[in-house]
Structure formats: C-alpha cells, structure tokens
Design a protein around this ligand. Structure first.
Ligand code: AMP
Ligand code: GLY
Length: 434
C-alpha cells in the first residue's frame, strides 16, 4: 500500500513513524514533511520520502496523489479537512480508489464552526458548557448574556483561528472589550459569529478515536500542556508537552465518555447522513468526575499524537485501511501498559516573535527517546524553523521514569534560545494511578 501523510509537523512525524512500522506499507510519502519524516525507514528497507506540495492547495496534493499512485491519504491538520479535501478527492478522475483518512467538510464543521459544534452537542444531548451564539451586530445582546454568567467569561470565535480564537476573561469589563474586538474582526471572518459560554472548572483530557462511521477504536488518551510557562502561566501555545495515560481517565470515567459523548456523537453524525471516516479528537474537561466536551477536533492533536503513537499497539496502517470497508471492528488497536511523556522545545519568544535558523546540536546523541520534528529544516545541517521546534517523547513503566528519560534525552539537544517547560507531567505525579 502506498500512503501519503499530509502535513509537516510533529503530529505528522509521529503518524508517519507509526505507519512506517506496518508491513502493509510499501511506500510512504509525507507532504511536505520535515527533516524527521525523511529519516524514517519502512519495514521493507525503503526510506520515507518527503514530497513537495502545499497542504491547502488541493491541486498540488492531487498531483502527488496521481504521480505516486497513492492508495491512502492520511490528513494531519484541520485546515484542508475544513476546506474540503475529502470532498475534493471523491469521484475525481484517477482517485476513485483513494481512501482519505479524515472527514468530509460536513463532518469537519465540528471543528470548523464552534457554533455548529455547540448546536450539534445540544441536539445530541452531549454534555457541554451552556452557551449562546451572537453575530457581530449583536454586541448589546451578547453583553446582556455575559451579565447572566459567572466569571470567568469564555468567548470563542466561531471559525478556525489557528488555536487563538478563545478568550477567557476574568471580569465583565475585559469580557466586553474582548467581545468587541472579536466582533470588530480581530480574528477576521472567524469572528463573524461569537460563542459565549459558561466556564467549566476541572482538568482537561484529550480523548481520540479512529472511526469508520460505524465502529470506533479508542486510542490512548493524553493531557496537553497549552500555556508557555510552567504551572500554566502565560499565553496559550499550540502545546508545550503531553502525557499519556491520564490518571483520572480510568475505566469508570472512560465508560461515561463512551456512553455520554463518543456514541451520541457518532450516532448524531450518522443521523445527519455524515459518513465520518477518520480521527476524532474530543477535548474534554473532567468536572467532578463527569466529562464535558470543550471542543471537537476532526484530526489528531499535536503534541498529543507524539505520546499517543508511542503507546499505541497494533498496525495503524491496517486499522486506517479498514475504514474503506468499514471493518474497523475486525482490527486490534490497544494501549501499551507504559507511560509516555512528550516535552516540546520551542524558539525563545514563541508564541510571540522569535528568530529562526539556529543550528540544532546533539540530535544524534539521543538514543533512548524519539525526537519528533515540529519546526526544523535542513540547510544541510538541521536548523530551527518554527515556534515549536522539536518534541522529545520517552516511555517508561511509570510516569516518573518516562518523565526522567524525556528530560534527560532532551538535555542532550541544544540550540540558541531553546525554551521548554520543566514541569510536563508534574501535576499528575501525585494523582493516584489505578
Ligand atoms: P479551545 O480552542 O476550544 O480548545 O479552547 C482553548 C482552551 O480554552 C481550552 O483548552 C480550555 O483550556 C479553555 N476553555 C475553552 N472553553 C472552556 C470552558 N467552557 N470552560 C473552561 N475552559 C475553557
Ligand atoms: N494540542 C491541541 C491541538 O492539537 O489542538
């Protein structure tokens, strides 16, 4: 089977790393990929190849699909899904047999429109924060609704805003100001509608499934660390680290997640005639033992994928390919008994402005962890290219051992202005493991 993974970050590196372990994969391409993806080797000894394309330019994707006679396209990021890459590939000449792992644009609107996701959850009686949606002309009505809520206040731009479209404001004055900014176009068209919702207190957990529209497999869950600073201080980032498993996501919590969230979501999609085939990511919050949905993402998370893939047991390529015949129930995917800690190293200044092009030293010293590339390039030596640069993922029999190993291996790597959080997983250390 010839597979193309679409994207260029740590998530795509981790997906390619796992897919490359399948004997079913004869050729693996990553477009555009990164220096990490092109260093992977398949079970048949072939090298994984990076191919030039632009993820949001479907014509360039189609050219690669046709040129290499790709059988399965695994879409990493949300943008091409929301823009309709799956719909684009359907019934296209020469692509009749292509399987796309990722929903069509209707399914992808669970992530592409927060208003749509909230309305869907309400209709399916899926636990989520109380909310109301306002258009840009409804500033006064939105302020009245804010008055009826308790602080802090949660404001969400309806559309995709590169993970920056959520404001959490401590008081009414700041909430009104944030609302005004959103309605005046701070996030462009993404803010044409604004969701105002109740703040939920609890600990977050990311739950992932792979589904063929009928059956589903739960992948290892993970916790993401979103803020730049230790103890969750400072601005939000794409994610500074991830840990899997998450102690409170025990059997009884996950049973609630399946009964109250996963199954009603898949049933709701099916009722709407949406044939969802791909990954689905439930951003959940644990409120006193009960799961609530904060958001849906129609793809895997980054850096969660780096931890999830390290613990996933089974043939991911076979499982993905079974989505074609809706036979995912015949596949076996499970979570290893171990723990994984992923620490992300970023460029100093991120998530604000930062310099790039710094040489990364010590990569060849890392022997006991995986280094997934997030924002690097080859010049020919490997240099920093993005805000998030590398994700170092290590496993161990306990959270403590995985954590120690991840930090020890990360300390072998160095580049100018390297920044990372020292507290990934620390908050989970004193939580009891079952
Ligand atoms: P989102 O982009 O929807 O994932 O939101 C970004 C982050 O804002 C989430 O990961 C949460 O930490 C926080 N957040 C979003 N909605 C809520 C809510 N209703 N209550 C508490 N925190 C929230
Ligand atoms: N790590 C969160 C995300 O991928 O959206």
């Amino acid at each position: 089977m010839k597979v193309l993974v679409l994207g260029s970050g740590g998530r795509e590196h981790a997906l390619a790393w796992k897919l490359a372990q399948s004997p079913l994969v004869s050729d693996l391409f990553v477009g555009p990929g990164n220096p990490g993806t092109s260093s992977l080797t398949l079970t048949n000894g072939k090298q994984v190849q990076n191919v030039a394309l632009v993820t949001n330019d479907f014509q360039s994707v189609e050219n690669v699909l046709l040129q290499y006679a790709i059988d399965m396209l695994v879409v990493g990021p949300e943008e091409p899904l929301v823009m309709g890459i799956t719909d684009f590939c359907k019934n296209r000449e020469g692509l009749e047999n292509l399987l796309v792992i990722g929903p069509d644009s209707r399914g992808a609107s669970l992530e592409g429109s927060k208003d749509h996701a909230k309305a869907f959850m309400t209709a399916c009686r899926i636990p989520t924060a109380l909310y109301r949606t306002f258009t840009c002309g409804q500033y006064a009505e939105a302020c009245l609704y804010l008055d009826s809520l308790e602080p802090p206040y949660v404001l969400k731009a309806d559309g995709l805003a590169a993970g920056k479209g959520v404001l959490i404001e401590p008081d009414l004055v700041k909430a009104r100001a944030g609302l005004k900014e959103m309605m005046e176009g701070k996030f462009g068209a993404a803010g044409n509608k604004v969701v105002v919702e109740q703040f939920l207190r609890g600990t977050e957990v990311s739950v992932f499934i792979l589904t063929d529209g009928t059956h589903y497999k739960i992948l290892p869950e993970a916790k993401d660390y979103k803020r730049i600073g230790e103890r969750d201080q400072g601005p939000n980032t794409g994610g500074m680290g991830a840990v899997s498993p998450v102690p409170f996501a025990d059997r009884s919590f996950m049973k609630k997640v399946e009964e109250r969230i996963i199954r009603p979501t898949l049933e709701g999609l099916a009722r709407k005639g949406c044939d969802y085939r791909g990954f689905l990511f439930f951003g959940l919050i644990n409120c006193n033992g009960d799961p609530y949905v904060i958001e849906y993402n129609v793809r895997m998370g980054d850096p969660e994928t780096e931890s999830v893939m390290m613990r996933l047991q089974g043939d991911l390529a076979a499982a993905c390919y079974s989505l074609k015949t809706k036979t995912l129930d015949k596949m076996s995917l499970s979570a290893a008994e171990n723990h994984c800690v992923t620490v992300v190293a970023v460029s100093g200044g991120y998530p604000g402005t930062y310099q790039k092009g710094y040489a990364i030293k010590g990569l060849d010293q890392v022997k006991e962890a995986n280094v997934f590339h997030m924002g690097t390039s080859t010049t020919p030596q490997i240099v920093t290219k993005g805000g998030r640069v590398l994700a170092v993922s290590a496993t161990g029999p306990t959270l403590l051992s995985a954590r120690e190993l991840a930090y020890r291996e990360l300390s072998l790597i160095a580049y100018t202005d390297m920044v990372y959080r020292n507290d990934i997983g620390e908050d989970l250390m004193d939580m009891k493991y079952s």
